[in-house]
Write a protein that binds this ligand. Structure first.
Ligand SMILES: *Cc1c(COP(=O)(O)O)cnc(C)c1O
Length: 434
């Protein structure tokens, strides 16, 4: 049998991140100041972000050095393995070759520390003492708590209320790494209090939690805000995934016909796909790039491409992106990490330009796919990652019909060890589709 696990050497860990901004066929429209409708500059962002990250947000440099301190921490779990899914292929009886990049091997169990470590580093370097953030499923909160513990920073996490109670062990993990975590909306911020007045029973949303975390940073001198997705610098940090993946595919002398990732705000999808999108734009490579989202929160497949706020309380700059509207409160599906009304402006532009496509799936079919995967490959997927799995399985089954021997690469964005309550709901037959 051909090799199952494709592993890079420690010294093959990328030394630079790949910035797609200079390679975009259509340049991004700038973020706008909502008060003036003028493009915002670095100074508008400096109350909530450190200058090192603001520069990356706007940089036109194609490659940006990864600081040695960050690479040192990446080495705790990177380079991450790619697996050839031989057993899944056999179960599907497909002629396709299925590969997955396993980002579930990081200490918090997802791709999120790729940017959390970098963000904590650049904040620490500029003397910031405390970071505030929001979290949906708790993946980002745990990743940032982990990163802050390594850089000796305080951390405050506003966790979407539905997840706070659905995923108690993510909350415990956030506590274990030392952050202070509370359910959002909370009574600790103006934004939280005003939502609670209007909607006392709200299950919360990422948009609301972002408002609280931004307000926290704006009202504390020693505090900056950290966002786990959507922004350009976050997509940049995640490109270690795709840069490694290209080397790994080279090792087995293969190149993907299809690259798949699930999309919440777009960071793991960007991470795995941008280096391949570069090949598509620059070298005319024929590669099908597919984003997968939940039908319950169909930002690309059902949203509009327009300027919108990143948060519910209208505190963030306006971003040109696909959006369901900043007051959209998605149903409390188990893929908490995919419950965001907007999307990365870079992904939005690539999608509008037809360089990539998007599909959406229902929650129960996602768990069917997760179960098939766990029973063949063994690894338990996070419900978010199962979106990518479902799409890969569908494409592999399509190949079975047509006889095409496609090479399919998907990003396995995280493991599901903290999602067992959701699996219980599924196996009890209590899971519903919106
Ligand atoms: C947060 C998360 C996502 C969604 O976020 P993106 O920024 O779109 O990647 C997907 N999968 C897992 C496991 C997550 O934790």
């Amino acid at each position: 049998m051909e090799r199952t696990k494709i592993i890079l050497d420690e010294n093959e860990l990328p030394k630079q991140w790949y910035n797609i901004l200079p390679d975009l066929p259509t340049p991004l429209e700038p973020p706008l100041n909502p008060a003036t409708n003028e493009p915002i500059g670095p100074d508008d962002l400096s109350p909530i972000f450190p200058m090192g990250l603001i520069k990356q947000e706007m940089s036109q440099d194609r490659y940006i050095d990864i600081p040695e301190e960050v690479r040192d921490i990446y080495r705790l779990w990177r380079p991450s393995p790619i697996y050839r899914a031989h057993r899944l292929e056999a179960a599907l009886k497909t002629p396709a070759r299925i590969y997955y990049k396993n980002e579930g091997v990081s200490p918090p169990g997802s791709h999120k520390p790729n940017t959390a470590i970098a963000q904590a580093y650049f904040n620490k370097k500029e003397g910031v003492e405390r970071l505030s953030t929001e979290t949906g499923a708790g993946q980002w909160g745990s990743a940032l708590s982990f990163a802050c513990s390594l850089f000796d920073l305080e951390c405050k996490v506003y966790m979407v209320k539905s997840s706070f109670y659905q995923k108690p062990y993510r909350k415990s993990l956030i506590n274990l790494w030392g952050a202070n975590v509370i359910p959002s909306p909370s009574t600790e911020t103006q934004a939280g209090r005003s939502i609670l007045e209007k909607h006392p029973d709200t299950s919360g949303s990422l948009g609301i939690a972002i408002s609280e975390a931004v307000e926290d940073a704006a009202t504390h001198d020693n505090t900056k805000y950290a966002l786990g997705s959507v922004l350009n610098h976050v997509m940049l940090h995640q490109t270690v995934i795709g840069l490694e993946a290209k080397l790994q595919m080279d090792m087995v002398e293969d190149y993907p016909d299809v690259v798949i990732g699930c999309v919440g705000g777009g960071s793991n999808f960007s991470g795995v796909s941008f280096p391949f999108i570069r090949d598509k734009i620059k070298d005319n490579k024929d590669v099908d790039i597919v984003a997968v989202e939940p039908t319950a929160c169909p930002t690309l497949t059902g949203g509009d491409f327009r300027y919108d706020f990143g948060d519910t309380a209208e505190m963030t700059p306006l971003l040109k992106m696909y959006t369901l509207g900043h007051d959209f409160v998605p149903p409390p599906i188990h893929s908490g990490g995919l419950r965001y009304h907007g999307d990365s402006p870079i992904i939005s532009q690539l999608y509008a330009d037809g360089i990539m496509r998007a599909v959406a799936y229902h929650q129960t079919e996602i768990f069917d796919a997760a179960t098939t995967f766990a029973r063949t490959e063994g690894i338990v997927p996070a419900p978010e990652a199962a979106h990518a799995i479902k799409c890969a399985i569908d494409m592999a089954l399509e190949c079975k019909k047509t006889g095409e021997e496609k090479s399919i690469l998907f990003n396995f964005s995280g493991h599901g060890h903290f999602d067992m309550a959701a699996y219980d709901t599924y196996f009890n037959g209590e899971m519903t589709d919106e």
